[in-house]
Structures are given as structure tokens and as C-alpha cells.
Design a binder for this molecule. Structure first.
Ligand code: ZN
Length: 358
């Protein structure tokens, strides 16, 4: 086996930084990074400046995405206590709703029950609610899924206690799903200590036991791999107050492919079929995303090393710099067009489609 062909991957958790953070990333560079990583469809998070909590802010982001995106893009609306009256007006223009229960980058945060009630009562049932929930906040999300009998998707689950709680909830038949990130699967606290601000993100990197728990549950409890691609410039990362977050779009597939063809440890093993479920089939089903006909990703299975140099993300660095992997993305074809080949992004700005804006 010296190459693999996969369907176009879907990353349901990215931060493309428009509007307000264009010096970190924009739709042109973020979607170039996506294609370089074998990702042909991304969902963008709403913690921008201003946040995507009003129809006006979403319209601004959509216009930029239409002009600049090189792969397909859909955007989340963000739950905000200040703009909760706009929830039904914003819903037709977003793929899904994001609720931040825990501390993260940016001002979106929901800590009051009336806002949570409004979200679960008024957000259209045909569209998913995703949550940033850590530790006991996962129990809050499970409780809301049960109380309102509607699906809740947990973003970037990172700890043993969280994945085990979700496994228990699934066993009881509750409508909950979850994603894990490659950085929580391949890095732990020891990397965080070595990487300093370049290894700081929310949720923070876990203990080796947390990492082992995520791998144990990868074949049953986990629904998706998503990157939480959250670029910041190196100057920001080495400033007095470094913001949390790391890039991930260009490294997720090659890391997960490594778990398929040359696992770094016996328990870090994945089948190709399962990889496709986690990075294509399940994300598409959970968020009810459109098909991309004549779309595929070709991976060259010649062992290589991840390097900062040549990254397409505007931030220009990755926490995985220097890590050996089993191969590289060689070619990406989107709707019959070669959009990436041998390190070159060939898709034009604006060639990507906007998803979910009624
Ligand atoms: Zn995020």
C-alpha cells in the first residue's frame, strides 16, 4: 500500500477569524490550509469580532466567505445573552448554533439558565446545537439534551471523565454526540510543558490517562474528528498575554492516517473505514451537510515529517512541527477540479460554496 484515496474530509470545528481577526487567518488562507490538509468542507465558529450572533454580523462573514473561500464553508451562529432576542432571526443563516459554557477565546459565554432555555426552546430543531462544555458542564449539556429531547453535540472532548460521561449518556439512549481533536489525541501535558504558549489551547492538553481514554473510545463513543483550527500569530503567542488556540487543518489527516498505517503505540490504532466515518460520514450526517460529488483526496504514504515551513495557514506554525507522520496529502479533487497538488493550492478565491445561508 503506497497511497490511499479518501472522500473529501469535513472539519466541523474551525476558526477562520473573519470578521475582526484577519491578521491571524481569513477565508482565503484558512480554506487553502483546509485543502492542503485534505479537507474540502469546513464549518466556521462564531467567536469573531463582532461575534456571529446577529443577522448583520453573519451577513458580513458570509460576504467575505463568498468572495474568498476556496473550499465549501458553513458558519455557526453564536449564543449570546446580549443578542438572545435575535436567535430566530439569525437561525435561517447559520448551519448550527454554538453555545460556550466554558472559558474560551473571545467574549461569547453563556452562564445563565434563561439564555440556555431560550436556545433549546427557540433554535430550529432541524439544526444542531453544539457546545463547548468541559468537566461538569458536560453534565449540563446532557441534562439539556434530555430535558428538551433534542440532539447536543459536544466539541473537543478532552478528558477521561467527560468521554466516560458521554459514553454513559449514549448507553441510556440520550441524543448526544461528540468530537475529539488530533491535538488531544497526539499531545499531552508533557508536550504542553515543552511547547509553552504554542501548546496552549482550550481545552488544555490532558494527562496521558486522558489521552488513553480518548483512544479507547475512538471506535465507539467518539463521532467525529474535528481540528478546532484556531490560528494566532507567533507574535501574539509569545506576547505577555498569549491567546489560547493552535492551527490544525493541515495536519489532522496525516496524523490520523499515521494511526491507520503505522500506529505510534498499540492502542493508537484506527482502521481506514473508521477514519472515513470520523472525518467524513459522521460530520456530514450530524450537521446535515450537502454531498460533494466527484470529490476525493489522494494521500501518498511515504513517511515524512510535519514542518512549519510551507504551511498555508496565515499563522505559519503548527504545534506538530518535527513530528514524523506516515504520509502527505498529494492531490485533492473538488467537484471534478484539481484544487490542490504537491504543495500548491490551485483553487481560486471564491471557488468554494457557502452552505446553510437561506
Ligand atoms: Zn474552537
Amino acid at each position: 500500500m503506497n497511497s490511499l484515496t479518501l472522500p473529501g474530509l469535513i472539519d466541523v470545528h474551525t476558526h477562520l477569524r473573519v470578521p475582526g481577526g484577519e491578521h491571524k487567518e481569513d477565508f482565503a488562507t484558512g480554506t487553502a490550509a483546509a485543502l492542503a490538509g485534505g479537507v474540502t468542507m469546513v464549518l466556521g465558529m462564531p467567536n469573531t469580532t463582532p461575534p456571529l450572533s446577529t443577522p448583520e454580523a453573519l451577513a458580513l462573514a458570509h460576504a467575505a466567505a463568498r468572495a474568498d473561500a476556496r473550499c465549501d464553508v458553513g458558519l455557526f451562529a453564536g449564543a449570546s445573552p446580549q443578542a438572545i432576542g435575535q436567535l430566530t432571526a439569525v437561525a435561517p443563516h447559520a448551519v448550527a448554533l454554538k453555545i460556550y459554557l466554558n472559558d474560551t477565546f473571545g467574549p461569547l459565554r453563556v452562564e445563565d439558565v434563561p439564555t440556555l432555555r431560550a436556545c433549546f426552546r427557540d433554535w430550529p430543531r432541524a439544526k444542531l446545537i453544539a457546545m463547548h462544555a468541559e468537566k461538569q458542564s458536560v453534565a449540563v449539556g446532557i441534562g439539556l439534551a434530555a430535558a428538551y429531547a433534542r440532539p447536543v453535540h459536544f466539541c473537543h472532548i478532552s478528558r477521561r471523565e467527560e468521554i466516560e460521561l458521554i459514553a454513559d449518556a449514549k448507553m441510556r439512549g440520550l441524543p448526544v454526540t461528540c468530537e475529539v481533536t488530533p491535538h488531544h489525541l497526539f499531545l499531552d501535558q508533557s508536550h504542553a510543558a515543552r511547547l509553552g504558549p504554542l501548546g496552549d489551547m482550550r481545552p488544555v492538553l490532558g494527562t496521558p490517562d486522558d489521552v488513553a481514554a480518548l483512544w479507547e473510545h475512538l471506535n465507539d463513543t467518539v463521532d467525529c474528528i474535528a481540528t478546532d483550527h484556531a490560528p494566532h500569530t507567533l507574535a501574539e503567542k509569545y506576547s505577555a498575554a498569549p491567546p489560547p488556540g493552535v492551527a490544525g487543518l493541515e495536519t489532522s489527516l496525516v496524523l490520523m492516517v499515521t494511526a491507520v498505517v503505522q500506529p505510534r503505540a498499540p492502542h493508537q490504532r484506527l482502521t481506514l473505514e473508521r477514519l472515513i466515518e470520523l472525518m467524513h460520514t459522521n460530520p456530514r450526517r450530524l450537521y446535515n451537510l450537502p454531498a460533494q460529488p466527484e470529490t476525493r483526496v489522494e494521500v501518498d504514504l511515504t513517511p515524512t515529517t510535519i514542518r512549519n515551513v510551507g504551511m498555508h495557514s496565515k499563522c505559519g506554525w503548527t504545534p506538530f512541527d518535527g513530528m514524523p507522520v506516515a504520509g502527505r496529502v498529494q492531490r485533492v479533487i473538488l467537484r471534478g477540479q484539481v484544487v490542490y497538488e504537491d504543495g500548491q493550492v490551485l483553487a481560486e478565491r471564491g471557488a468554494g460554496r457557502l452552505i446553510g445561508d437561506a
